[in-house]
Write a protein that binds this ligand. Structure first.
Ligand code: FES
Ligand code: FES
Length: 168
């Protein structure tokens, strides 16, 4: 089967068709930025973007991603994730870091779908992404700050074409 990962088509042996995408990414394609937390759909450490939507890769048979754009923490790019990463850095969000690839991808998907989420929307969207270090207050604050930074960036003429696209 052919998967599109981070903008490139890659051939993956058909014997992995029903394997969780998480393991194809980590063990076959050696993209280890996507983390294994629980393996049963409870923590979202394994979050990737599939056609822009945050998706638990441990619950996604690899074959179901054929024909779709898979984006991992290694390949995500654009104004939205740049704003997220900058806010994360300024807010010193990360503690151990293990959950953070999934957290930042979920935040990127949120701000792509809704550039101005209120606190309730942030809480609801991020609810499934667990953090054993308890960085939730810093994550929520950083998403708010990334949202404000994006509003400013998108008001600039050179960035208007990339608004809401999540790329550029
Ligand atoms: S590792 Fe996928 S939800 Fe926990
Ligand atoms: S920063 Fe340690 S699990 Fe989230």
């Amino acid at each position: 089967m052919k998967l599109n990962v981070n903008g490139a088509d890659v051939d993956v042996d058909d014997r992995f068709a029903t394997s969780p995408l998480l393991w194809v990414l980590r063990d076959v394609l050696e993209l280890t930025g996507t983390k294994y937390g629980c393996g049963i759909g409870f923590c979202a450490a394994c979050t990737v973007l599939i056609d822009g939507r945050n998706t638990k890769s441990c619950q996604t048979p690899a074959e179901t991603a054929v024909g779709k754009a898979i984006t991992t923490v290694e390949g995500v790019s654009g104004l939205v994730v740049e704003a997220v990463r900058d806010a994360w850095r300024r807010g010193n969000v990360v503690q151990c870091g293990y959950c953070q690839p999934g957290q930042t991808l979920a935040a990127t998907a949120l701000l792509t779908a809704d550039p101005s989420p209120d606190d309730a929307a942030i809480g609801s969207w991020m609810n499934g992404n667990l953090c054993r270090c308890g960085t939730y207050p810093r994550i929520r604050k950083a998403i708010g700050e990334a949202s404000e930074a994006l509003a400013t960036a998108w008001s600039l003429p050179e960035n208007s074409a990339t608004k809401r696209s999540g790329s550029g």
